[in-house]
Ligand binder design. Structure first.
Ligand SMILES: Nc1ncnc2c1ncn2[C@@H]1O[C@H](COP(=O)(O)OP(=O)(O)OP(=O)(O)O)[C@@H](O)[C@H]1O
Length: 498
């Protein structure tokens, strides 16, 4: 490891109005080292990334490149200096091929100025070989999985000779195999001498990929240390500054009547013959690999998408196909997977967003009681440890994880008969994760039927009374809590006999 860090922050502070997002934070990124950045939602991780990437300028303090102070005029400047950022959901040009996306604006040219497609293909192939990636350079980018799009972005970074690779929650939307593939690519880059900064709320990923970890809490630097001397609990303590209760506080609740009955539900080409029940008081997990059809089943049950055959009943009443209004009227709630896009109205305040679904209970005569709305928002803000300046601020200024909490609050506040939650703790910090689990358990205890879609196996095993597993659009297994193990669920999810 070289002595001078490739990229560093020295005593950097950054505020947004009254919010002090970073307070005198220092960080060193060395060549050949994978460095994790840990912290709860709103701790300042993305602000730090944006400062390194030239999006934000520090209010005070410095960015140092190879030991020399630099001022990035903008993201292009940082990119030029060898800093590449891979986001959770990359933005490739869908109509261009993989190779064209990689060499966008820098295509190899022939003597007459025409683009040298052959050279571009060959160079792309070479990049993929260096990374151990099996993608076709000629393939259109449209239709690539998020995991493949990230690999294209990484190849692009490599082609620009990036010296620092920053990854802001890159694994949130990836399946287990895709994470393993990403990690082997990152490992290859690290061995080439790249400095890596890695953000994830999944602490086991930090322990398996990184050599050091820096923890932020409320914008302040808490520690930078080798992961080898740390336990999982040590890291959690640094992040949340307090002892955490059980992460999976599932309690046995007496099972009541069947609340949700799904029979032979089929949406052609998407899922087939899906039948299951969820009783009051029960938490049923729907497990499977990304793309197995779990979210699609949830969307159809809730009426966002139509189904072609089969039926859905809530408390014994059959729902019409394709009507979310009827589903909500019958007592169904869906917390979607893509919460930022599907769950929030960005123009509205935090409190209005939380109040949106419960307008009935907040109504006083013909008007909605603003005070009731604010009280409810306050209550949820405390329960979910929401980090905000004012509840009247636009929801768009919240950190990503805090936006997710607002959507959760909005739906949990409706007290439905049947609650469907799709990846309820994705992107959510470990402190709030325990709180969300406690809430789900509490709701089940109150007689609500919970259907939980989750790719987080420990969460499935820790919270579910029963596990349903989907593989390629079909239910392939139903496993009781007693028999559910990582192995039994993964076997069914990958289509191997249980
Ligand atoms: N453009 C902005 N305007 C106002 N406040 C902002 C802005 N960007 C960030 N903040 C605030 O700064 C604080 C830190 O946010 P940041 O996005 O850095 O957190 P984070 O650690 O990345 O969180 P998460 O894990 O939820 O993504 C938060 O309180 C957030 O609301």
């Amino acid at each position: 490891m070289s002595v001078t860090p490739t990229l560093a922050l020295a005593n950097v502070s950054k505020s947004f109005g009254a919010v002090r997002a970073l307070r005198e934070v220092s960080l060193d990124l060395f060549a050949g080292e994978a460095h994790a950045l840990a912290g709860e939602n709103g701790a300042g991780k993305s602000t730090l990334v944006k400062t390194l990437a030239g999006v934000h300028r520090p209010d005070t303090g410095q960015v140092l490149l190879n030991g020399e102070p630099v001022v990035f005029a903008g993201p292009a400047d940082a990119q030029q200096a060898g800093v590449a950022v891979i986001y959770q959901e990359p933005t490739l040009f869908p109509d261009l091929s993989v190779a064209e996306n990689i060499f966008m604006g820098r295509q190899p040219r022939r003597s007459l100025g025409r683009i040298d497609r052959k050279a571009m293909r060959a160079q792309t192939r070479e990049l993929f070989e260096r990374l151990g990636v099996a993608l076709d350079p000629e393939q259109p980018s449209r239709g690539l999985s998020i995991a493949d799009q990230q690999l294209v972005e990484i190849a692009k970074a490599l082609s620009r000779d990036a010296r620092v690779l920053i990854m802001d929650e890159p694994t949130a939307a990836l399946s287990g195999n895709e994470v393993a593939r990403l990690f082997s690519v990152v490992e290859a880059l690290r061995e080439h001498g790249c400095a890596i900064l890695f953000i994830s709320h999944r602490l086991d990923e930090i322990f398996s990929l990184c050599q050091r970890v820096t923890t932020l809490r409320d914008g302040a630097w808490i520690a930078s240390e080798p992961v080898s001397g740390l336990t999982h609990d040590d890291l959690v303590r640094r992040m949340v500054g307090r002892e955490l209760g059980a992460l999976y506080p599932k309690e046995e609740a007496p099972l009541g009547e069947v609340a949700l009955q799904v029979e032979r539900l089929t949406r052609e080409g998407v899922f087939t013959d899906v039948s299951f029940q969820v009783r009051r008081g029960e938490i049923v997990a729907l497990a499977g690999l990304v793309g197995a059809g779990r979210s699609e089943v949830a969307r159809a049950v809730f009426g966002v998408d139509r189904w072609d055959a089969g039926s859905v009943s809530v408390d014994g009443r059959r729902l019409p196909a394709g009507s979310p209004t009827a589903a909500m009227g019958a007592g169904l709630a869906l917390v979607p997977e893509d919460r930022r896009q599907q769950g929030l109205v960005m123009e509205l305040s935090i409190e209005r967003n939380i109040g949106l679904t419960g307008l009935g209970s907040l109504r006083r005569g013909v008007t909605i009681s603003r005070k009731a709305e604010r009280d409810r928002a306050k209550d949820w803000a405390v329960r979910l440890r929401l980090k905000f300046a004012r509840l009247s601020d636009g929801v768009g200024v919240l950190s990503g994880g805090n936006q997710q909490k607002v959507v959760l609050a909005k739906w949990l506040a409706t007290k439905p008969s049947v609650l469907i939650v799709d990846e309820p703790t994705r992107g959510i910090d470990v402190g709030t994760k325990a709180e969300v689990h406690r809430l789900l358990s509490e709701l089940a205890g109150q007689g609500i039927a919970v259907l939980m879609i989750s790719s987080d196996l420990p969460e499935v095993l820790g919270m579910a009374d029963r596990v349903l597993v989907m593989h390629e659009g079909r239910l392939t297994a139903e496993i009781s809590r007693a028999d559910a193990t990582e192995e039994s669920v993964m076997n069914a999810a990958t289509g191997r006999a249980a």
